[in-house]
Design a protein around this ligand. Structure first.
Ligand code: HEM
Length: 419
């Protein structure tokens, strides 16, 4: 016997999702007093769920699949058409291995070194300016670092337009109208540029080092033994460059947290590595970034007496799970100490997805994100002194992705020490 799921009445609630943004699922989980409910989104019946148990079933590959789950507007902007996000089963595992092969300790150290060098150069530049808009400048700095790490040759005069294009891809996914088209055009441009580059790597005209994404992806073979087609290889190189630039959002929130919680800055000044890690985890938990992810029910099943029908569009609430009072004490309080004795949970703390890296779709770049944030935290604590003048530092819980309104303006930047 199965029960009927709590059900949101009405024709379609896409507008409510747009209006309530990060809080849409959490608001309804609270009012239905249920971690799962049925609604209608994007013109279809949809299930929304959140919390640790819901994440566990969402990441069970026997219950959910990703193929055909992403709306076209997402594929045309943030994901790309044939990227790892759209695969299931053995094809997914094989492609994911290609990404995870980049995440060795040596390769992550190489990235940290690049990021520190880029911060060093950035500090020189900033100290000669009256003021700096952090979000824009950090994006450019990360674009340079991402290209160096990925082995993508790029000249300094290409950096502005490439940064704008990579930014447009992730900022336009939830946008409508011209902003959405900006993302599509950006993707087309960068895919074309990278496809040509992949051909040159295959012809030996460009020789990126073996440990770089450009080299690995250009020479990677599918399960059928064939090279990836150039479009797919380009999509996957973008799957490295774009999200590294997007770490600028977490860095903006990291600087915001240092500003709003001066007592945290004092603790970080002691240089204790463990506390720095706890602080970074709390930034990733507390601030809004990815609201939710989508999958389709793979075959009929029953969970907690609720019936899930094959092919039903299902959303997992990432933000709401990171703010779930059943998992986090005072979830709306910024408190790095909550991570002091935290045992780790692949399903309860999911700012970049959950589950297993190889078997599921959990973010391939989680360690990259943490390493870049660590080097950046060190930079803002020990690398420079700066002032934050009065400005609108509030951030929206509706715009996706959310970024502090002023994009954080800093002034009087002075270099403290060399790395
Ligand atoms: C900026 C911070 C980041 C956030 C908030 C983030 C978030 C996410 C989320 C929510 C997913 C989807 C998980 C799922 O579908 O279950 C994902 C997947 C992915 N991310 Fe990230 N990510 C970030 C940074 C990165 C970085 C730096 C990289 C690469 C260097 C990266 C590469 C990927 C890839 C390749 C996937 C697809 C994995 C798969 O489908 O198996 N991400 N990320």
């Amino acid at each position: 016997m199965s029960n009927s799921m709590p059900h949101e009445e009405g024709m379609d609630h896409t507008l409510s999702l747009l209006r309530e943004g990060y809080m849409y699922i959490l608001n309804r989980r609270r009012s239905f007093n249920s971690d799962v409910f049925e609604t209608r989104l994007l013109g279809k019946k949809a299930i929304c769920m959140g919390g640790k148990e819901a994440a566990e079933i969402f990441y069970d590959p026997e219950k959910f699949k990703r193929e055909s789950s992403a709306p076209n507007r997402i594929k045309q902007t943030i994901f790309g058409k044939s990227g790892v996000q759209t695969l299931d089963g053995e094809d997914h595992k094989h492609r994911k291995e290609m990404f995870m092969s980049l995440m060795s300790p040596n390769n992550l150290n190489r990235l940290t070194k690049i990021v520190k060098e880029e911060w060093e150069t950035t500090a020189e530049k900033w100290s000669q300016k009256d003021q700096v808009i952090l979000y824009e400048e950090v994006q450019k700095m990360l674009c340079r670092a991402a290209c160096r790490w990925a082995g993508v040759p790029v000249s300094e005069d290409q950096i502005d337009s490439l940064t704008n294009d990579l930014e447009a891809m992730y900022e336009s996914a939830a946008a409508i109208g011209p902003d959405h088209w900006k993302g599509r055009n950006a993707r087309n441009r960068v895919e074309k540029w990278l496809q040509e580059m992949i051909n040159k790597v295959r012809d030996g005209e460009i020789q990126p080092p073996e440990e770089t994404a450009l080299h690995r992806f250009a020479s990677y073979r599918n399960l059928d033994g064939n090279l990836l087609d150039t479009e797919t290889a380009a999509v996957e190189v973008i799957n490295i460059l774009r999200p590294i630039v997007a770490i600028s959002i977490f860095i903006n929130f990291l600087v915001l947290a240092l500003h709003h919680y001066p007592e945290e800055r004092k603790k970080l000044e002691t240089g204790e590595e463990k506390y720095a890690e706890m602080f970074i985890q709390e930034v990733r938990r507390y601030y809004p970034f990815f609201p939710l992810i989508a999958a389709l029910v793979k075959k009929d099943f029953t969970w907690n007496n609720y019936q899930f029908e094959k092919d039903t569009l299902t959303f997992l609430d990432l933000y709401g799970t990171n703010h779930d009072p059943q998992l986090w004490e005072n979830p709306d309080v910024f408190n790095p100490n909550r991570f002091a004795d935290w045992g780790g949970s692949p399903f309860g703390f999911i700012p970049q997805g959950g589950g297993d890296y190889m078997m599921g779709h959990r973010c391939a770049g989680e360690w990259v994100t943490i390493e870049v944030m660590k080097a950046s935290l060190d930079f803002f604590i020990n690398g420079i002194n700066y002032d934050i003048p009065d400005q609108d530092l509030s951030y929206s819980m509706v715009s996706i992705p959310s970024i502090p309104n002023s994009k954080i303006m800093i002034q009087n930047v002075k270099k403290q020490r060399d790395y």
